[in-house]
Design a protein around this ligand. Structure first.
Ligand code: NAP
Length: 318
């Protein structure tokens, strides 16, 4: 399959591009298996890698999406480009709208016209988090500019491309900057011996980004369409996540103080119980989704294998 991944310098896009390219390498040595040809689009963070083809492009420029799709003729497009920083969306709602609503809508339209399949990434934050354990049938109620634009993006994509796969996710993993995910924030502070606060009143179900990558590819291979919650099979507070990470790395757990999100001085409102049910996906794929603990096992294993340095080594130019 020819896979075009937007946002390939981001936390999800980069790990996804590497996992898809790795499947290709493995398929070269084993019998059968899906052979993927991966192209990643980056914007302000150029990449140097042999693992997949990299194209630098600002997808907001007029004609860029159309040109890339015409040149590349992908079978699958996975849209990981976004303004995904919650407080940055609050500070620049117009840019958030362009990246989180207009861009996905345009991609969805042109991908459908070219006969390819689209996966669009959305977020657990479309819910207000008052109750938790949300299914795909529950009514979203976004609380921030980020969440409102992500929900509007889902609706725009589904409106022009009903066959598109829309995945509401939450994720952690190793990133290009080494600072993009909550897991890296806990890791960096704990490794430096810095005390930090963990919220006991914000719950989530994060998947290791490498696991998420495989699940998204599996969903495409299986031919799923429509809206899915793609999260871990269990959920926990951000405090418990930090404590579990500390245990995995044998860091001092006393460095993490339990705290309330109200003490966090955050610009945008956060939803407390962002726990989602992934039962629909588990049923349709016929698999159990990974647990947070198994994700942290692998996160630690990747650290031992030098994966964070491998990823950071791909950055160049800035
Ligand atoms: N991270 C999370 O915890 C989380 C949680 C829930 C949902 N999600 C969703 O998952 C998806 C991926 O998130 P992420 O955390 O991987 O995002 P990220 O790390 O912030 O990466 C965003 C990507 O978008 C690209 N981009 C931004 N503006 C662009 C433009 N004008 N043209 C082309 N590319 C542009 C960036 O490229 P450059 O950096 O090269 O400019 C970067 O590769 C998003 O849809 C997000 O809403 C993420």
């Amino acid at each position: 399959m020819r896979i075009l991944i937007t946002g390939a310098s981001g936390l999800l896009g980069l790990n996804l591009a590497l996992e898809a390219a790795r499947i290709r390498q493995q398929a070269g040595t084993a019998d059968g298996g899906q052979v993927h040809q991966v192209t990643g689009i980056v914007n302000s963070h150029p990449l140097r890698t042999e693992a997949f083809e990299v194209i630098t492009a600002d997808l907001l420029l007029p004609g860029k999406v159309e040109q890339l799709l015409a040149d590349n003729k992908p079978d699958w497009v996975i849209n990981c480009a976004a303004l995904a920083l919650v407080d940055a969306c609050e500070a620049d709602p117009q840019l958030a709208y362009r990246l989180n609503v207009e861009l996905p809508e345009k991609l969805a339209l042109y991908v459908a016209r070219g006969g390819a399949r689209l996966v669009h990434l959305s977020t657990d934050a479309v819910f207000d988090g008052k109750t938790g354990n949300y299914t795909e049938k529950d009514q979203p109620n976004p609380l921030s500019v980020y969440a409102r634009t992500k929900l509007a993006g889902e609706q725009a994509v589904a409106g022009v491309n009903p066959e598109a796969l829309i995945a509401r996710v939450n994720l952690f993993g190793w990133s290009l900057s080494g600072k993009r995910s909550l897991a890296e924030w806990f890791f960096n502070n704990l490794q430096a011996g810095q005390p930090l606060k963990g919220f006991t009143d914000v719950f989530f179900c994060p998947l290791l980004v490498n696991d998420l990558a495989h699940i998204l590819l599996n969903m495409l291979e299986t031919g799923l369409t429509g809206l899915y919650h793609v999260v871990s099979s269990d959920c926990l507070s951000k405090y418990d996540f930090g404590m579990s990470l500390a245990r995995h790395f044998s860091f001092d757990q006393n460095l993490i103080t339990p705290a309330s999100v109200s003490e966090g001085n955050l610009l945008a409102a956060r939803s407390p119980y962002l726990t989602l049910s992934s039962a629909r996906l588990a049923r349709d794929l016929g698999v159990s989704l990974p647990t947070v603990s198994s994700g942290l096992d692998r996160f630690y294993e990747l650290f031992q294998q030098g994966y964070p340095q491998y990823i950071k080594g791909m950055a160049y130019g800035n």
